[in-house]
Design a protein around this ligand. Sequence first.
Ligand code: GLN
Length: 532
Amino acid sequence: MAHTKYIFVTGGVTSSLGKGIISASLAKLLQARGFSVTIQKLDPYINIDPGTLNPYEHGECYVTEDGAETDLDLGHYERFLNKFTSQSNNVTTGRIYQSVINKERRGDFLGKTVQIIPHITDEIKRRIKLLGTKNRFDFVITEIGGTVGDIESLPYIESVRQLKWELGKDALNIHLTLVPYLNASGELKTKPTQHSVKMLLETGVQPDILVLRTEHPLTKDIRKKVALFCNVDINSVIESIDVSTIYEVPILMKKEKLDETVLLKLGLQSKLQPELKAWKDFLKRLSNPIRTVRIGLVGKYVELADAYKSIIESFVHAGAVNRVKVELELVHSEKLTMDNYVDELKGLDGILIAPGFGPRGIEGKIYAAKFARENNIPFLGICLGMQCAVIEFARNVMNLQDANSTEMKRTSSVPVIDIMEEQKKVTDKGGTMRLGAYPCRLKKKTNAHEAYQRNTIQERHRHRYEFNNNYLEDFEKAGMIATGINPETGLVEIVEIPKHKWFVGVQFHPEYKSTVLNPHPIFVNFVKATLS
Ligand code: GLN
């Protein structure tokens, strides 16, 4: 395509309307028509990235192949598009200001007053356009975090206004709002949408397409009314009704002709119909499970499912492959004690211990690993989950009572998990962990090798502590072996207990790489193991 087309997705009325899913669904439809598409998330908060945020704030921190700590929406983009994203796909206000201030210190603006307009908005626009031109994408879909009217979103909306003016036919705004249903009067209400569009108009942006989130179908009259009040044509009023799985949304958007309307507005033609066969096959398997399995997800953030988004989605993908419905039992690790862990965990078909940081809930995770090991229950430990399985094995099989991670007990006399050498001098918290993709060599005839069917893999990391290789020989003698090793550093990446039915601990995060079209082999085989 001659020019990259830019689509800006904004939201109004409330947060959590699913801008990320709408963006990913539109991207999927355009991709399925043969276009190259990427999605970018602009987050209006001042942190440089979400790496330093507690998951209670914004949910999981998603890690890309190049080691960027990013918003969880990037996980949706990868899961839908089956394409890697990178640091350039997630920009925060903190990052924008940091680069403008660095330029100011260098003297790039010498003599000038540095201001939100034009300096901050120029930096925002530069980052949006760069993504398109650098990789020659046909479409860049930019999702603006937050809700129209928020003070912190203003520079982004202003940038959208300027870009729409500069790019003309090559840019478009999709505004997502809520149409609430009032039970008492039995009616859908359009007023919040009208107000939200007014607010957008006040900042100089006329939305081109409105996507209305609703619990009930929109009547023709509702669509007409919204079109009339908001200066859009009726075909540009798109219904986004609640569905049982986010993976249905591309199909719904296709029915509502969102992709066709976008192409029409941008003056593009596509004779191809979206090719969604594999996607539909996945949906068919997803909605026709033959069996149900119950897997315990043990973590300390279970009150907020978003904290484990990628893990939960990985089970959806792996469940569909195995034709089973994976029912996740969210188990709060802080509530597991010596006295209750057997009762709390019995009856589960599999146990997963989640990643995490710090000592809160750690002993509960160790009980969960013990229960899985002793009862031959398929087990997957991810990052801290793997480290807990190692500590448990040392304490209860090798009889090393003081075994611990130095993250939890600095003075442990048996530091089976210890800080990585290169981490010892690190003092800054932000962006300083071992991050992103590293290679790992797999041992043959192991669960890992059987899952991947390959000798070398690449997986994403986010940690400071590691398996302490001084103890490796003792572990292997006692029955826990290293089945995946980083070929360059010798770091243990995977541990297994060969005598157990299926017991795998991984130092990396397989959940970041599971997609609809490429379900992650570790999750697929974990779920498979729970079936027998
Ligand atoms: N806290 C552990 C470490 O830093 C595990 C991190 C994680 O689970 N992502 O090594």
